[in-house]
Write a protein that binds this ligand. Structure first.
Ligand SMILES: Nc1ccn([C@@H]2O[C@H](COP(=O)(O)OP(=O)(O)OP(=O)(O)O)[C@@H](O)[C@H]2O)c(=O)n1
Ligand SMILES: C[C@](O)(CO)[C@H](O)COP(=O)(O)O
Length: 380
């Protein structure tokens, strides 16, 4: 995942009706490998602090249900340019740079996005990906060639197209007419636009056959991640412990800044680990008083949301609690249900088990509880 620099925002346009793609439903909402096209496009921008999604008024409820939280929703206009303008107006003063991407381009790669960011951070006012034309160009009419056209210097434009926010907003305001893309308006406003490398796979779903092509490309790109997590909490005063989201009466409590749910922490760290996103401490610093006594479900839900935002589902989770007491067996099923519910894992794919350490070590001496967790994340 691209971690965008401070001040960089993304606008994803999804207010079109996809008339050329057919299918009885706007293309961005149709399934591609089991998830809406738009899910794939948004996942590419999950590392941006601010993402605006521009949707058709008819789709607001659906978009709210799926995306509210990680993204800000904006209602689009009659044309692509009007939709982008709506996003830009909503973003005014809240970012220095913006990358504008078609929600209908679900296969944009990190490399394409990074090249646009690099051009902008190196000082370009505008930069966008494109591919040089490699086929001969003809004019045609009524099924026959009427002329050939020189292709030298011609490029096929892609998105995301990146700009200084003030420059592209001013360009849109100065040229409220429709345009093929935002580069066209930037040029009209007199800005230089740098070309960055495009990618053949970064197709815009436009015609019915593009779905099959996108599925084929995605078919070869399954991403499976494995993550592990380990945590320990010491026993202290108290009459219950929280383990994997279940309250268990006990002769002692567990000491921690949050609710000290050692099992949930290990699983949360396993997810962050699989995403290469550090650990709980990075996302919820123990020095921050707001997490004092916090319900650890907040941490697990955050990690699972982060995975989903990057296009992953949790394939399975396996948690082992290491303690002499309390007895875990009677609670294991409730723990599995609770973890599955919080993390959005399909039933039957979460395991909670326990072992003693044969009275050896700190767990054997009943000084605390340890937990290890393993998780798989799958993007298919
Ligand atoms: N009024 C519009 C029109 C288009 N778009 C978005 O701009 C991108 C590129 O547009 P295009 O491929 O032309 O999409 P549609 O307009 O939906 O397609 P069609 O022209 O076939 O109806 C798409 O993500 C589309 O949702 C938009 O946000 N608002
Ligand atoms: C923005 C764009 O995807 C760049 O290639 C393209 O211009 C969109 O064109 P459309 O006419 O809206 O399909």
């Amino acid at each position: 995942m691209i971690r965008a620099p401070q001040g960089f925002a993304a606008i994803v346009t999804a207010a079109g009706r996809g008339t050329r793609a057919g299918g009885g439903q706007p293309k961005q909402w149709r399934a591609l490998k089991g998830r809406p096209v738009l899910d794939h496009a948004l996942a590419a921008f999950a590392g941006f602090q601010r993402v605006l999604l521009v949707v058709h008024p008819d789709d607001i409820a659906e978009a709210m249900a799926r995306y509210a939280g990680p993204v800000t929703l904006v209602t689009g206009g009659e044309t692509r340019a009007a939709s982008v303008r709506a996003g830009l107006e909503a973003l005014e003063g809240q970012a220095t740079h913006v990358l504008i991407h078609d929600g209908a381009r679900p296969l944009v790669s990190d490399a394409v996005i990074q090249s646009v960011i690099d051009a902008l951070t190196s000082g370009a006012k505008a930069a966008a990906p494109a591919l040089p034309i490699s086929d001969a160009l003809w004019r045609g009419e009524a099924g026959r060639v009427t002329a050939t056209a020189p292709r030298a210097g011609l490029h096929r434009a892609q998105t995301p197209q990146g700009f200084r926010l003030d420059a592209i907003l001013a360009a849109h305001r100065a040229h409220p007419e429709d345009a093929a893309d935002d580069v066209e308006l930037a040029l009209k406003a007199g800005h230089r636009v740098d070309i960055t490398p495009g990618d053949e796979d970064n197709l815009k779903i436009t015609f019915p056959a593009d779905f099959a092509r996108a599925e084929r490309i995605l078919g070869g790109a399954m991403d499976i991640r494995l993550g592990n997590g380990y945590d320990v909490h010491a026993f202290g005063p108290g009459d219950h412990v929280w383990l994997c989201g279940v309250r268990i009466p006990h002769e002692a409590g567990l000491v921690g800044h949050s609710d000290a749910d050692v099992g949930m922490h290990a699983l949360t760290d396993a997810i962050y680990g699989a995403l290469a996103q550090g650990d709980i401490g990075r996302h919820f610093p123990p020095s921050d008083p707001q997490w004092k006594g916090a319900d650890s479900a907040i941490f697990l839900a955050h990690a699972a949301d982060l995975a989903r935002a990057q296009g992953f589902r949790i394939g399975n989770a396996d948690v082992t609690l290491i303690c002499e007491a309390p007895k875990i067996g009677p609670h294991a099923s409730a723990m599995q249900d609770r973890l599955s519910g919080i993390a959005g894992i399909e039933p039957g794919r979460t395991s909670v088990k326990a072992t003693t350490s044969e009275r050896l070590g700190f767990t054997g001496r009943r000084e605390g509880i340890a937990a290890i967790a393993t998780v798989t994340l799958i993007k298919d």
